[in-house]
Structures are given as C-alpha cells and as structure tokens.
Write a protein that binds this ligand. Structure first.
Ligand code: MN
Length: 740
C-alpha cells in the first residue's frame, strides 16, 4: 500500500488501515476472492482520486467513502458490487475521474450505479433554500428507485455517515441536512425495511436540532436500564420451564429498544412525561427455527405466554400470515404482565428479526438461500410496493413537488388492509378513500366509480377507509372523473390516473369546441380563419384558442349571433345581419276542438308542458283548465265529468316557458348538486326557479328542483341528461303538491 505513504495520509495511516482491514474482514467468507480483489482496487482508486482533499473534520476524505462502504457491508449486509460503488461514490462528483473511466475500470454495472449516485448529489450541492429545487433533487433520487435499488441503499449509507459526522459542519448546513433526513431519508429507510438506519437517522436528527431534549432522554434511558432489565427477567421467569419443555430454541429475549426520537415525539405530541412513555413495556422474543416451521413455532410461543398472562382483547397482530409492505413479519400481542402492567410482546424468528432490522438486503440473502424460485409473502408485499412506486415515477404529469409529496404521504406512509367482497386483501396507504380503492383495482373501475359499499353501507367516493373494511366499488357505464376528484383522491396512483384522463378529455373537449365554432361560422358565412378566431377569443377574454374552444364545448361561452356578427363583421366586409323577428306575445297556444281558441289556465296539479298530450276541463267559474292526460286526476275527471271534457292540442310555435318539478334521489356524490345545476342552467339553459337537494346522512341524497321549461321534449332531455350523470340516480317528473 504505497499510496498510504503519501504525506497527507501520514498522520492517519494507522487508523485508516485498521478501518480498511475491518471492511475486508466483514466481506471475507461472504464474497469471492476475485470480488475482494476488485474491492481492494476500488479502495486504492478512490484513495488516490481523493488524495489531498480533507473533510470538514480535518481527516482525509477517503475516510468517508470507506465508512460508507463499511455501513453497506456490515449494517445492510450488501454485497461486493455495492461495496465497490460505496467506495467510489464521490469520485466522479469530486475529482477528475469521469464515469467513462469508472466504466473502463469497473464495468458498466458499477458505472451505472455511480452515475445514479452522482446525478443525485450534483444537484444537492446547489440547493439552498429553494423548495422547488429541493423537490427536484428528491425527485431525481426517487427516480433511481425505479432503476437500481442499490443506488438508494448506498445513498442511505452515505447519508447515515454524514449524519454521524455532522458535528463538524456549520450550524446552518447542519439544520438543513437534519431536516432533509427527517423529511425523506428516514421515511425511505423505514419503507425499505431498514429499521436500524431509520431509528439512528431520527435520533441523530433530534440530536442536532434539539440537543437538550436528546441528552435528557438518553440519560433517563440509561438510568432506568436496570429497572427495565429486572422487569423483563421477572416476566420471563415463570415461562422458562414451559419453553424448555416445548423444545423450542429461544435465540434472545430482550426489551424492545425504543428510540430516543420516538420517545421524544410521544412526549411532545401527547404531552406526557418520559416515565409514562418509557413505562409502556415491550418485549421481543426471537426464535431459532427452521423457515418451514417458523410460523407454527411463533404461535406455540404465543400459546405459552398467553397461558401465563392474560392477553388483551383485540391487540393481536398477525404479521406472520400477511407481512407488511416493507417485508416486516412477526406476531404481536399485548398481555397483562407482572405488577399488573400491560406488556407488548413481539414474537418472531431470527430470520424475521434480521429482516426487521436490516430490511430487504437481509431478506434477499435469505431468499438466495432458499433458491430464487421460492417466493415468500415478504417478496410479494415488497414487490407490489415497488411496482406502485415505479408506476408513480413513470407518470410525467407530476411536478417534482407533487411527486415528493406523493411519496412522503402515500408511498412512505403507513398502510391499512382492506378486503374485496370476495375476501381478497389489498393494502392501501393510510388515509385512502373509496375512490383510491377503485383505482387500485383497475383504472377503468376508478374512472367509473360513483360510490361504494363499505361493510355493506353506501358511502360516497371520498369516504376514508379503515383497516379491515370490506369495500365494494359501485360503478357506472360512463366515465365520472372530473377536476374535483383531484381533491378527493389521496393516492398518487389515483391522482395520476385522474389527471391523465382529464388531460385526454380536455383535448377532446377542445376539439368539440372547435367543431361548434366551425359550424357556427359556416352557418353565418364567416370564414373559419385564425384571424376571426383570434378576434373571437380575445373578445371573450380567453388567453388562447384552446382555452376558448374548451370553454365553448363546456357551454361556458354564450355566443349570440349578434355578438358574433358584431365582432366579425368589420373584418368580413358587408354581411347582412338579419334582425330577429319579434314574436307575437299573448297569442293563444292551445287549440280546442277542431280549431277554436278560448281563455284557459294550466292546472297546478300536473303543470302540462307544450308537446304533452292534454285535455281541457271546463270549470264552473274559471274557464277551461288544461290537464295532462297522464294527470293523476285525469281518470277521475274523465269518468265523473265526461261531459265537461274538451279535446285540446298545443299550437306550434309557442314561446312561453312553463313550470315543472323534478325530483332526484341517489347516492351521495361530491359535486352532484353543481353538476345537476350545470346541466340545467348551462348545458340546456333552462331557467331554474328553485333547487333543494340535501344529503341524508346515510350516503344518499334527495331533493327536488323547480324549473321553467319550454316543452316536454326539453324536459325529457333534461331528465335523461341528469340521469346520465349518475348510475345510481333516480330522476322523475313530479306533480306539484297542491291539487285543484
Ligand atoms: Mn458521500
């Protein structure tokens, strides 16, 4: 190692050599001789490249990549390729060495991973307080999740070492790095099942942000250690005999180490003293057992413990049959221990314990032992999660900010388990709503969701799901997605699918708007030129043609021919604008018998509309009253007073509007009232006298609408348009309540 003879390394040679040998020892036996040779070469290469640079602490820079490599090998159990990459991780970024150099020397796999790591850190350095730039960085990092997981794993080792040595950097940088760590690295470590790393990151972040709190809690933990150990002995003592007799091999029984950070968080969020948080005892029983027996052995331990201590109803958590998404697997229960204290007991095999502490790296090692074909429930859970991650990442619609938030709140958060009516289980991020579940089944299901049944009860699409819910999604034939849904859904998958749909829809709508304008121009002999269209959209104060077309398609633009001609006329030369003929007012609209007119009034009981079959009823004092032939009173009138009935028909060319009542009932849905009113007043431009729709509190809504309408055709159209907004909506024309 001639290199270390260099002057810079002189003072540190001994320490550095020790650490380097430690790394080789960690790898020996697990990694082939050839690979060890490559690790040596990578170390030499990095040491030479970083020669002359020092860290903030004053020690040669090579200490950092070496430490990162040690974390990767010893704490995550990663293999030679990762260790090589860890050693080289800062070389391209900080020295003259290029990625091509790395590729020539160490191959494309290593170069690819280093490339990923460099991409992340290059931007990180330029970031100061700009939140969007920050997000852009996180996004870059998350994108590598979709490629090679080792990039993220090494990045986490890198970050952990930076946190461990944060003491010597300036205060401002310290806080920035600590908060970044809390924001995304610790949750990411948790999600990848790297529990030990997550806990250490959180504790260190607390140490740098609130040192007093950190010290006070860690001192108290040390003080109460003995008491705690004594209690655990007391707990386990009465079980020993039975455990021995059972032939089970206990690897270790220990108090669950609570992190300083988690104690601090509980103290502050719940406002309780240290003692109360810390006294919530937890004991972990770790078994040595064969993989095919681990499940039944865990249950045997459970049985022995609960024979002695009464279990808490409803506190049994079976993560054996269904591991968490991050691969966590164990049996949890809470029992009434000595001195009348509730104690949480976690029962797991050594393998499960390794996975719980070291995450998927440990998990993959076991998997390799089992043979690749043999997939465990942990694999499925983790791979499902990774697929969701990839899907979110592939969605180009999300801004960096969105993506990071998405990650933080739905992909890195806790999860719940819900069931389909057939009993299939699905895991969803905590806080998911019914609509999210729809999208998790299939995009088509999501887009046509109108409500759901949760545990047999009707609920709206925004209903938040709880662990164990049985969820049945109710759909319609039509697509229901709209802009309001973006506020309803909580998962990234659902949100990106809704966005995608709305974008397509917008393009389609704009096309429709264009056609409408085109026809309108044709009808009025206006040429469909850019110039004319520009005049038009500017007149209506839209920013561009596509926004204008879009608004036209949504009937948001009221365009009369007068306006149209008024704007376009000067450019079109001499176009005759025909003046609308005034309709004659007060003309009779109903013809009686063969062809005669007489004064009449419309019956209040059925509010007949032009176009509907009607008859006249001669009243004693009030002339003729017009009823619909379908009026509930009609059969009575006709059978009892047949002689007073006169035939009547509507005259063509009526121009008055008439009152009608419709009732609607359905499953409660976000924005239903505004959709209905949009149809009435915007789409069909019908005059609405009153609307009264209310939610009934059981997931349904109901109410009635009073409108002024021209004829029965319009009413029919209105009813069918409202019906089409919702599969589970009932719309009908109702008679007014005051019969005459
Ligand atoms: Mn680094």
């Amino acid at each position: 190692m001639a290199l270390l003879d260099g002057e810079v390394y002189e003072a540190y040679r001994h320490d550095l050599l020790n650490k380097y040998r430690q790394l080789l020892r960690t790898l020996s036996g697990k990694v082939s001789k050839d690979k060890i040779k490559l690790v040596r070469e990578a170390f030499d290469y990095a040491a030479r490249a970083h020669e002359g640079t020092v860290r903030k602490s004053g020690e040669p820079y090579i200490f950092h990549p070496l430490a990162v490599a040690q974390i990767a090998a010893a704490e995550l159990g990663l293999g030679a390729t990762s260790v090589i990459c860890a050693l080289l991780h800062d070389v391209v970024e900080d020295t003259e060495v290029t990625l091509d150099d790395i590729e020539r020397k160490f191959g494309d796999k290593v170069a690819h991973i280093i490339g990923g790591l460099t991409k992340i850190s290059v931007v990180f350095e330029t970031v100061d307080n700009d939140a969007s730039l920050q997000a852009e960085n996180f996004k870059k990092m998350l994108l590598t999740l979709g490629e090679d997981l080792r990039v993220i794993l090494i990045k986490l080792c890198d970050r952990l070492h930076n946190m461990r040595t944060l003491g010597s950097v300036p205060e401002k940088t310290k806080l920035k790095i600590a908060s970044e760590t809390m924001f995304i690295y610790a949750p990411l470590a948790h999600r990848l099942g790297l529990n030990a790393i997550k806990i250490e990151m959180e504790d260190l972040a607390l140490k740098y942000t609130d040192e007093d709190a950190y010290r006070s809690i860690s001192d108290k933990i040390n003080e109460s250690k003995l008491l705690r150990q004594r209690y655990i002995r007391e707990f386990i003592e009465p079980l020993n005999q039975e455990l021995e007799r059972s032939g089970l091999t206990i690897n270790e029984i220990k108090g669950r180490p609570k992190s300083i950070y988690s104690i601090h968080r509980k103290m502050t969020t719940q406002g309780i003293p240290f003692e109360e948080v810390y006294d919530a005892f937890a004991i972990r029983v770790i078994l040595d057992t064969e993989i095919h027996q681990e499940k039944s052995d865990c249950w045997r331990v459970y049985s022995i413990i609960t024979d002695r201590y009464r279990p808490h109803q409803g506190r049994l958590r079976d993560w054996l049959s269904r591991p968490k998404n991050n691969g966590y697997s164990a049996l949890h229960t809470t029992v009434l221990g000595p001195k009348g204290r509730w104690v949480e007991v976690q029962i797991r095999s050594k393998r499960m314990d390794d996975i719980a502490e070291r995450g998927l790296a440990a998990h993959w090692r076991y998997k390799a032992q089992l043979g690749v074909k043999n997939t465990t429930p942990q694999d499925d859970a983790f791979e499902n999660w990774l697929n969701t991650v990839k899907e979110t990442l592939e969605n180009n619609d999300l801004t960096a900010m969105d993506l990071v938030n998405e990650f933080k709140y739905s992909l890195l958060g806790e999860e719940i388990y819900v069931f389909t009516p057939k009993g299939d289980v699905k895991s969803m991020p905590i806080g998911s709503v019914a609509l999210d579940f729809g999208f998790s089944i299939h995009t088509e299901v999501g887009l046509t969701t109108i409500g759901a049944k949760v545990n047999g009860k009707l609920v709206p699409i925004g209903h938040e799901l709880k662990n164990g819910d049985i969820v049945e999604i109710l759909t319609t034939q039509k697509y229901r997605a709209n802009y309001q849904w973006l506020d309803v859904v909580r998962t990234g998958r659902a949100r990106s699918k809704v966005r995608e749909f709305l974008r397509d829809e917008k393009t389609k709508l704009a096309g429709r708007g264009k056609t409408i304008i085109e026809r309108m121009f044709q009808k009025h002999d206006v040429s469909f030129t850019d110039k004319n269209i520009n005049l038009l959209y500017k007149h209506y104060k839209y920013r561009n043609t596509s926004e204008f077309f879009h608004a036209v398609a949504e009937s948001k633009v009221r365009m009369t021919r007068e306006v149209l001609m008024g704007i376009l006329k000067p450019t079109e030369g001499s176009i005759e604008v025909p003046v609308k003929k005034e309709r004659k007012k007060g003309a009779s609209q109903i013809i009686f018998g063969e062809d005669y007119e007489m004064p009449y009034s419309l019956a209040q009981c059925c509010n007949p509309l032009p176009g509907e079959p009607i008859f006249g009823f001669v009243t004693v004092s009030d002339g003729v009253r017009i009823h619909r032939t379908t009026c509930p009173n009609a059969s009575k009138l006709m059978s009892q007073y047949g002689y007073r009935i006169i035939p009547a028909t509507w005259q063509d060319g009526y121009n008055n509007s008439f009152e009608a009542h419709i009732s609607v009932r359905g499953i409660d849905d976000v924005g239903i009232v505004s959709r209905i009113t949009d149809i009435i007043s915007k789409d069909l431009q019908v005059n609405m006298k009153s609307i009264n729709i209310r939610a009934n509190g059981d997931g349904t809504f109901g109410g009635d609408i009073e409108i002024m309408i021209n004829n029965s055709e319009n009413l029919k159209e209105l009813v069918s348009r409202i019906k089409s907004t919702h599969k589970y909506i009932e719309v009908e024309r109702i008679e007014s309540l005051n019969l005459n």
